[in-house]
Design a binder for this molecule. Structure first.
Ligand code: ZN
Length: 397
């Protein structure tokens, strides 16, 4: 069966590449994914999917099979912007294919994986591998802006409840089992403004913030975590203040924290650490998690906190065993097991909803968001084969 799947994936190589080149040519920044979703819809229909639907948020869900074992493969369809155009050696939205490598915005993060999961579904259909499975191939939106929000919507509102989800973000064809979570936190101090010529009449909010800044730097050194995902971190990404004029005492100061969460950290523990800093208590500073409420390309607003919980699949989990077994069966060598450095939609699927996730994707994550963004054609083919083989291996296991 593994040989048949690999042969089928190789037969579809040019179709996968052509589809990926089209996806790259269809610009799809977060909350502007309408065109690329329509392109995916056409491909799924041509690939013989049993059902294709676009939900009210704008995610696309393609179904293969109708068995009782429900699985999902996820690729977000949005990309980050180009950045400094001078850094690109190819047109980011035309891309290129040279020596077996596809270049262009989204090639690695993660339109390559999107092309591979859509064709993984096609191979399942062609070879009749779905059997007792229902496989949802999902193109999700707004991930680059607010990872996991799309899957909060899918799980809460679309009535989809898979028993496991494959996150197809780039893993360089390794099998991944988690990543650190993150939070965006603001700390604000307030003061009393007065004329800058007589500062003793007021209370300067920036001076109240200064010891907090120093305490945050020291807090980062104290954070811990388990060895696989690594320790939590905190850093100040931005500092700003308000004042009625540049000849006045500042009446508020705000710092924006990027907090990365270890496996042992929760929203409550991370907020508690900051609230209990002596400088925060002394200043009576406000500590809050930021909100996200940007309309999707279909105009839907689905507000959430900027809290993206950590997830980590156990080393002996059947999902991980199936992932490595599918790899070994297809490619005749043991799979590498690892973790992402960045964050994915797994924050909602497993971090919030406790649905087991596993990571497998084409491309090397070091090229994500870069002007040299690229993906090997060989990875696209191998990943499509793995996506086709995985459901059968997992449900038999
Ligand atoms: Zn991504």
């Amino acid at each position: 069966m593994f040989d048949q799947i690999l042969q089928s994936a190789r037969r579809h190589e040019r179709a996968i590449v052509g589809f990926l080149r089209d996806l790259i040519a269809t610009k799809s920044l977060s909350a502007q994914e309408g065109d690329v979703i329509r392109r995916v819809e056409r491909e799924m229909a041509a690939c013989g999917y049993d059902e294709v639907r676009i939900d009210a948020m704008g995610n696309i869900l393609g179904r293969i099979g109708s068995g009782p074992r429900v699985l999902a493969l996820d690729a977000h369809v949005d990309t980050v912007d180009v950045g400094n155009a001078a850094n690109w050696t190819v047109d980011p939205f035309e891309g290129d294919e040279r020596d077996g490598i596809i270049y262009g915005r989204g090639a690695c993060d993660m339109k390559g994986a999107l092309a591979s999961i859509v064709y993984g579904g096609r191979i399942i259909k062609e070879l009749g591998l779905e059997r007792e499975c229902t496989i949802w191939v999902v193109g999700s939106v707004q991930e680059e802006d607010c990872d996991g929000l799309c899957w909060q919507y899918i799980l809460n509102e679309d009535g989809l409840r898979p028993e496991a989800v494959v996150i197809a973000e780039p893993t360089n064809l390794s099998v991944y089992r988690g990543h650190r979570g993150r939070m965006e936190i603001e700390v604000r101090t307030r003061g009393v403004s007065c004329h800058g010529s007589a500062p003793e009449r007021g209370v300067n909010a920036i001076y109240r913030m200064a010891p907090i800044v120093a305490d945050i730097e020291r807090l980062n050194d104290r954070l811990s975590g388990e060895p696989f995902l690594g320790k939590g971190t905190v850093t100040i990404a931005e500092i700003r203040s308000t004042s009625p004029s540049l000849c006045a005492v500042a009446d508020s100061a705000t710092i924006h924290l990027d907090r990365r969460l270890a496996a042992t950290d929760t929203m409550e523990s991370a907020l508690g650490e900051i609230r209990s800093l002596p400088s925060v208590a002394a200043a009576g500073a406000e500590v809050a998690v930021l909100d996200y409420a940007v309309p999707s390309w279909r105009g839907l607003v689905y507000p959430t906190k900027k809290y993206y919980p950590t997830w980590l699949l156990a080393e002996d989990h059947p999902l991980l065993r199936a992932g490595t077994a599918a790899y070994a069966g297809l490619f005749g060598e043991p799979a590498q097991v690892g973790r992402w450095v960045f964050s994915t939609n797994g924050v909602a699927v497993m971090g919030m909803h406790r649905i087991p996730c596993i990571g497998f994707g084409p491309g090397n994550e070091v090229f994500a968001h870069m002007a040299t963004e690229q993906i090997p054609v060989e990875h696209l083919v191998k990943a499509a084969a793995w996506y086709a083989a995985f459901p059968g291996v997992y449900t038999k296991g």
